[in-house]
Structures are given as C-alpha cells and as structure tokens.
Design a protein around this ligand. Structure first.
Ligand code: FRU
Length: 929
C-alpha cells in the first residue's frame, strides 16, 4: 500500500462519516423506546352535529382519542341530510380511513353505504342510530326500545294509570324514533286507563316540534302527559304549553338527560321537564372499541349502554355526579397538558443523548481508523525506505558504469586522436609527390582528372584531421588563445577573397558589408580563420548557384560582430537546436561532413570569450553571428601576444578550406556521346566529385542524367523516366529516402529501380533504407565494380521482365514477379482493359489512358518500360493470340474470327497473322499449327 492508497482510505472514511451519522441516528431513534405504532385514520360520520347531545358525543370521543395519539379523527357533519351523509362516507373511504364510526341519519338510506364500507374490509362501528342491516363490525348505544319502555312505565306511574298522552317522535325512519315509539306504545297498551291521544313528528328538533304543536293545538286539549323522544323536543312542548297557558301540571318527559347548560338535567332541575330518560352518547365507548378493533384486540359486537329515568328525586344526585366527573375530567386534561410538556422535555433530552452517543461511537470508529491508517503509513514508509535504498544502489552502479564508459570513450578518442595525428605525415608525404606528378605535362586528361580528385581529397582529409586534433586539444584544455590586436575587416576581407573565385563561377553574390568598423579587435588569427573559413565553406556548399552570401562586420557597445548570411537551403527547428553539437549530422544540415566543424567553431569562439549563434528558416537561408568582446580586459596576459606572424598559416587553412569548393573542377562529360545509349541512369548526388566520378564511370554504357539536389532529381526522374536511379541518401532538398518513396508510389515512375548510396551504414539505417522501397541500399565507401554489377543486374531484370510480358502476353497466365505493387496493378488494369475491348475495332489508346488516369505519353513510356513494346503492338498481339485460340478451339469462319478480334478487314487480318505466325489463318486452321 502506498500513500495514495492511504489517502484513498481516508477519503473513503470521510465520505463514510455522514452515512454513519445518519445510520446511527436512526438506529438510536429506533432503540429509544418510542415504539409509536402506525398512525390510524378514523372517520366519524355524524348525522347532525349541531345539538348539545352530539357535541357532547364528539367531545367524549376527542377526550378518549387523546389517550391514543397515534390516531387521527376525520369528522363530517351531514346536517340531517341522508344523501349528504352517503357522499361524505364515500369521500372518507377515498381518503383511506382505517375504520368508520357512523351515526346513520336514517336507517334505510344509509344501509347500503355502511354495508359497502364493511364489505371493503373497513371496520364499521355504528353508534346511537342503526341501519336496517347487521353488516357492521360493532354497535354502541343504549337500547332505544328500552328507553321508550322505561319512559312509558314512568309516565303511567306518575299519572297513576289514568290520562291522555301525546307522543312527540323523532325523525321518521331513524331507528331511535321507531324503537322508542315501539317500547313506549307497548307499555301503554298494557294500561287501558292511559290513552295515546295523539302522535306528532318533531324530527328531533325544537323548532319543528313547536311548529307542529302550534299547528295541531287541538291535540293538546285534555292532555295529561307528553312524551317527547328527546329533551329538546320535550322542552319545546313545555314552551308551547306555557305559551298557551295550559295547566302547568301536565307532565312532560324527555330523553337524553344531558348535563350542562340547556341539558336535560337542568331542565328537570328547573321543573321544565318532569323527567328525562338518560340516553348516554357512547362517544368514549365508540373510540375505545374502535382502537380495540384497529389494534386487533378482542371486542364485543353489540355494546349496549345503560339507561335510567331521572326526575326531581334523582336529578340533584346526577348533577353532583356530573360535576364530579367533569372536575375529574378537568384534572385529567390538566395532567395531559403536563404530560405533553414532560414529553417535550423528554424528547429534547433524548435528542441530546442520541447526539452524545453518536459522537461517542464515531469517535471510537475514527480512532480505530486513524490507528489503522497509522499502521499502514508505517508499512508504506518501510517499503519506501527499501525502495530508496534500492534506487541508491542502482544509482551508484550507474555512476560506476558511466565512469567506466567515460574512461572507455576517452581511451577511444585518444586512440582516434593519435591515429589522426599519425595520418598527417603520410598525407603530407602523399601531397608533395602528388603535386609533382600534377606538374607532369605528359599526363593524359583522364589521369589529370583523377589526380585532381586525389589532391582535393588529401586536403579534405588534412582538414578533418586538423579539426579533430584541435577539438581534442580544446577538450584537454591544451589549446590556448594567442590573441593579437588586429584589423578585423582586413582579416575578413582576406578570407573572403579566397572564396571569391568559386563564388563567381557559380554566380553567387559573395560580398563583405561594413556597417561599422570595430577598429582594433583582439583575436587569435589561427582560430578565427578556421571559424570563418568553416562558415563560408558551409555557406557556399548549401547555397545554390545564383544565390547570395553576405558577410557583415559591425559593432555594438561591447562587441565586434561578424555575420555570415546565406540564401541557402536553411534548417528546420530540430536541426537548429543541435547544430553546434559534437558529431551531429542531419540530412541537409550545415554540420554535415565530419560533424565537427561547427562545434569546433563554437569552442574556438568561447576561447575568445565570445558568442556564436545561428538563425535559419528552411528553404530561405541561414545566418551565423559571431560576437567578440571589444578591448583586452577579458583576456589574461598569457592569452595575448604582441608580434604578428600569421601569413603562412593563413594560407594553409585557406587551401584546406577552399580546395574542395571547386564544383566545376572537372570537365563536363561529352553530351554528344550519350545519344546512342540504350539505357539511361539518373544520378542524384550533391558531392560534385562523386557525381563527376560516377558520371565518368557509367558514361560508356549508359545515357546519364544528373541532379545535385532532391528537387532537381525528382523533376529529372519525371521528365526523363530513366531506366535506373542512383541517389545519395543525404542530399539538399528532399532526402533520398523520401525521393524514392515518392517515385515508387507514382505510377509514372514506380517501375524505375533505385539504388540509394549512404554514409549511414548501421543495420538499422539499412533496414530503414529498404523500407523506403529502394531496390538496393549501398553504404559508402562502396566498391565501384559492386555498384556497377548491381546496376547491370537491375537493368537486366527489367529487360527480362519485359521479355516475359511480350513473349506471353496473357493477362491471366503466371507472371514473373513484378516487384512493385503499383506496377502489378498497372499491368493488371492495362491488360484487363485491353482484354475487355478486343472485339472493339474502334478501341483506342486514348481510352486506355483515360481509364487508367495517365497521359497518352506516360502510358507509352510505362508500357515501353515494363513490356518493351508499344501499346498498339500489344493490342495487336493480344488480338492475334485470341484469334489463334478461336482457330484452334472454335468452329468459326476466318472472317467471323477476324470480326471477333476487332479486325474489320479479313485480308488485313490474314496479312498480320501470317507476319506473326509464318502461316495464314486458313493454313493454321487446317492443322499447320
Ligand atoms: C340528538 C338526538 C338525541 C336523541 C338522538 C337519537 O341529535 O336527537 O336527542 O336521543 O339524537 O338519535
């Protein structure tokens, strides 16, 4: 595990924190003992809610419900309207009640909805009034028959079995009205002295009762007693009796006996009513049964509440009891409020406790994690230490190895330096007899040319050896500056003068521009000349004919400045970066050659405490800038010498640097001889001597075309379509490899064999060369005979290939290998088109060149190069060959065959056939074949 793993773990842990926190919170909430069961929704459908009895019922329910905070009550009031009550029940069902308590306004109309609710699986508790069905879960209420009966019995007893009775009934169709009436009339029937003189419906309401009584005043005449089905209607009857000034002794009995203001107990107490039959609301009991049902606890289906008559003898007692009950009720309410407050405090405390527990648990968890991380960290540190030790060990090994490698390189370089040094003597020994030989007047022109070539190359070798030795001296700090105060302008002019001859010959504008004379400058003549010679010889090498080279001398505050600017091939960024590096070589670079010239120049300028820099743009030109400090303060005493004695040396360097600039050193080959050669070779080489050498060598056998850079080579290849190309890999402009690639992928030139010559001889580079599609890759120095043999071989192969195609011009027959894919495709396309059109007598060369997409001339050249015959000859040959096939295998007439192979004149057909096969088609058909 590394520190990234550790970070990841910690991140993970931090991310885990909120999750843990929430998890713990809910866990503790769950464990806190507050086992709240699910919240029940109880629907209570009241038939009418406005009167005191019903309000009392609702209050009782609420009181009981406060003991079950998990439940909520949905309450509706139908206001004596059965249809409205049905709708309200439906809505409650939609709201998802868990249980329905209902006091049905009328029995029949409400039966359906109660049954429906019950059948849906929602428990139904019927209270006070009933439906006409037994499909309900439980019933709560007093027995109304009993109420009627008790009232009847009491009434008979107080009128002592004699008198006329008026019955005021509740809402017709409501079950208490029906049952109370039944109970009451059943008793009266047993007492013949008591007559039920009239019955009226007061619909449970005071105002209806009043209206009915006033309308039927006659029914009050001779009445001894009135029984009203509830206290409200009974009080209204008393009111009407009093308003009619009737006997105050008429007994009035009601039902309900409610406590409180306007309740039956008060009415009995103040003598408005004679008595009232207690009819408990059952609100408390209904809720308690509902909770049992919902909590799946046992309960009774029928829950009948007790009833009793209350008259003046018992009313006081009842009132007292009620007062007591209501004070107890108040106590309970107060206690409940207190309990609720306590519960709030408890909840807050529980929250704080939970938080403390969570924090504690998290602290423990994180302490554990931190400890774990600590252990992991220790492990990582240990493994890092081990790795460090390993790296240290490897570094020491590397240092050791590189020291050894340095020693080995040093030894090698020393060896090369020594060997180079040894070269100087034999080179000098070659030089002087050579110069003597050159003076010999009897020399033939060709021998003279060879000697000039040798002479130049001896100087070149001398220059390389000198450069290498100077470089080594610098490296070993053995080369010391011997500066003298001199005239920089004269010095530069002298050097340039020695290049003027070559520049003029190539029409290169070489000039010195003096911007400002730096006057006396301290420099080592023997060093600065090498630098400027080197820069100028490079500039000439990479500037094409008719170009320009400007050497500018100027100064700024502290330095003298020499600029060498050419209009040559220039360099790209990559080449520029490495230009002053030791042994760096690129395809077209200024540092080509030994790769030492520019890096040596840099070192020499550094010895002057000066700077050399370069700017260049590809294909536009290059500018080298040397700045040498003015004055002499920067030089130590032993770096300065006073006397001047440089002339002879300067001449030597001049010869060494300018000798090989002479591109026109050798006479041009005689063009008139080229005309009769059968095969041609294009030679692309920027080294003039090598180019001349190869021209001379191949001239006797081949027509030679030359180019000294890649671009010229490419256009010569397209223009001349030579039989073979020899190209150097490193040439100005486009490289030899790119040139080969371009030619081999162009249908016009793809057939031409290419030999690449290069000084880069590593196996990897040779493989790269072959990948560039060159036919042969040859490293320098090469043996001319070997090169010649390869040239001949490649050309012979081409000739054999042509012969093969001509001898058997069959598009489908087995062919010898055509090395190039493009050539193969060309031959296939070409043969295919011809084959397809053999019977077409108007078929022309233009059609073929159009189909293949090359010009008519290119088509001729290509076919000539690959098949060594003209396009028309090829077509005629194919026609005759096909005719021969028809003559042998088919039964056509001679003229039919003639038309079938696209020759409209049978006579002409016979003539050409005979010319090719030595017999006429008729003779051939007869069996002369
Ligand atoms: C109240 C009431 C009571 C009566 C009961 C009968 O609305 O009229 O006075 O006893 O309904 O259902």
């Amino acid at each position: 595990m590394d520190h990234r793993d550790l970070k990841r773990i910690l991140k993970h842990q931090v991310a885990l924190f909120p999750v843990l926190l929430f998890g713990l919170f809910f866990f503790l909430q769950g464990c806190s003992g507050n086992k709240e069961s699910r919240k029940f929704k109880i629907g209570f459908s009241q038939c009418v809610g406005s009167d005191l009895w019903r309000r009392t019922m609702l209050d009782e329910m609420k009181m009981e419900l406060s003991l079950h905070p998990e439940s909520e009550l949905l309450y509706t009031d139908a206001n004596n309207d059965s249809r409205k009550q049905i709708e309200q029940v439906k809505e409650m069902i939609e709201q998802g009640i868990d249980l329905l308590i209902i006091s049905p306004n009328e029995a029949m109309p409400l039966t359906g909805i109660v049954e429906e609710t019950y059948n849906k699986g929602i428990p139904v508790v019927v209270i006070d009034r009933k439906t006409s069905s037994s499909l309900y879960t439980a019933y709560v209420g007093a027995e109304n028959y009993q109420v009627g009966k008790i009232a009847g019995e009491y009434l008979v007893s107080i009128i002592k079995g004699q008198g006329n009775v008026l019955e005021i009934m509740g809402l017709p169709g409501s079950s208490p009205a029906i049952e109370r009436d039944r109970g009451f009339t059943d008793v009266l029937k047993k007492h013949p002295g008591v007559k039920l003189t009239a019955q009226l419906y007061g619909d449970w309401l005071g105002r209806n009762t009043e209206a009915q009584l006033l309308k039927n005043q006659d029914k009050l005449r001779d009445v001894t007693a009135v029984f009203a089905h509830n206290d409200v209607m009974a009080a209204s009857a008393r009111k009407v009796l009093r308003s009619l000034k009737m006997d105050n002794n008429i007994k009035v009995i009601g039902v309900d006996a409610l406590p409180g203001n306007g309740g039956g107990l008060n009415l009995v107490g103040n003598k408005t009513l004679t008595a009232s039959v207690l009819y408990p609301t059952g609100g408390k009991e209904a809720i308690s049964i509902a909770m049992s049902i919902l909590n799946k606890e046992p309960f009774s289906k029928e829950n009948i509440l007790q009833t009793v008559v209350i008259d003046s003898s018992t009313v006081q007692l009842m009132k007292l009891q009620w007062a007591r009950i209501s004070s107890q009720q108040n106590d309970i309410e107060r206690q409940q409020t207190l309990l609720a407050d306590q519960f709030k405090v408890y909840n807050n405390q529980r929250l704080v406790l939970n938080f403390i527990v969570i924090t504690l648990v998290l602290t423990v968890v994180f302490a554990g994690l931190a400890f774990h991380a600590l252990l992991e960290n220790r492990k990582i540190n240990r493994s890092l230490e081990q790795k460090n030790e390993e790296i240290l060990r490897q570094r020491n090994q590397l240092i050791e190895m590189s020291e050894k490698a340095e020693e080995a390189t040093e030894a090698k370089l020393n060896f090369f330096t020594n060997i180079s040094h040894e070269f100087r003597t034999p080179l000098t020994l070659i030089l002087s007899p050579l110069e003597d030989l050159q003076k010999n007047e009897k020399l033939t022109a060709s021998a003279g040319r060879e000697l000039t070539l040798i002479h130049k190359n001896v100087y070149r070798l001398l220059r390389l050896v000198n450069q290498l030795m100077d470089y080594r001296k610098i490296e070993n700090k053995k080369l010391r500056l011997h500066a003298t105060a001199g005239n920089l302008i004269d010095f530069v002019r002298d050097i340039i003068e020695s290049f003027q001859h070559n520049a003029r010959k190539r029409n290169i504008d070489l000039r010195v521009i003096i911007k400002e004379d730096p006057k006396l400058v301290w420099f080592d003549v023997n060093m600065l000349d090498k630098v400027i010679f080197n820069l100028l010889s490079n500039a000439l090498k990479f500037t094409s004919d008719n170009g320009r080279i400007y050497v500018t001398v100027s100064k700024d505050e502290s330095s003298a400045i020499i600029e060498v600017a050419d209009s040559g091939v220039g360099m790209n960024e990559e080449e520029l970066k490495q230009i002053f590096e030791q042994f760096y070589q690129s395809d077209t670079s200024y540092s080509r050659g030994s790769g030492l010239g520019l890096s040596l120049s840099k070192e020499l300028i550094l010895l002057h405490k000066g700077v050399i820099s370069v700017t260049s743009r590809k294909w536009e030109g290059t500018t080298f800038t040397i700045s040498l400090p003015l004055g002499e303060e920067h030089l130590s005493a032993d770096e300065k010498i006073v006397q001047e004695k440089q002339e002879a040396k300067l001449y030597d360097e001049m010869k060494i640097y300018t000798f090989d600039q002479d591109k026109a050193g050798l006479p041009a080959p005689d063009d008139s001889l080229n005309l009769i050669k059968e095969q041609s070779i294009l030679i692309i080489e920027d080294n003039q001597e090598l180019l001349d050498y190869l021209c001379r060598k191949f001239e006797p056998g081949y027509e030679i075309f030359t180019a000294n850079n890649g671009i010229a080579g490419l256009s010569a290849a397209y223009e001349k379509i030579p039989d073979l190309i020899i190209s150097d890999v490193i040439i100005p402009g486009i490289s030899g490899k790119d040139l080969t690639n371009q030619l081999k992928t162009d249908i016009r030139t793809s057939h031409i064999p290419v030999i690449l010559l290069t000084a880069q001889g590593s196996m990897e580079q040779q493989i790269k060369g072959i990948h560039s599609m060159a036919d042969i890759y040859m490293t320098k120095p090469f043996n001319f005979e070997y090169l010649q043999a390869n040239v001949e071989n490649l050309i012979r192969n081409r000739v054999m290939l042509k012969e093969h195609y001509i001898s058997d011009i069959s598009p489908s027959g087995s062919k010898k290998q055509v090395s190039n894919v493009i050539d193969k495709k060309f031959l296939n396309d070409f043969a295919g088109i011809v084959e397809h059109n053999l019977s077409n007598e108007n078929f022309s060369v233009d059609e073929i060149s159009r189909s293949i997409g090359i010009s008519r001339v290119q088509l001729y050249r290509k076919v000539k190069a690959l098949l060594n015959c003209s396009v028309t000859d090829y077509i005629l040959n194919r026609r005759l060959k096909k005719a021969k096939y028809f003559l042998t295998n088919e039964d056509y007439t001679i003229s039919e065959i003639s038309y079938m192979v696209g020759i409209s004149s049978p006579t002409y057909f016979s003539t050409v056939f005979k010319a090719k096969y030595g017999m006429s088609p008729t003779e051939f058909k007869k069996g002369g074949r």
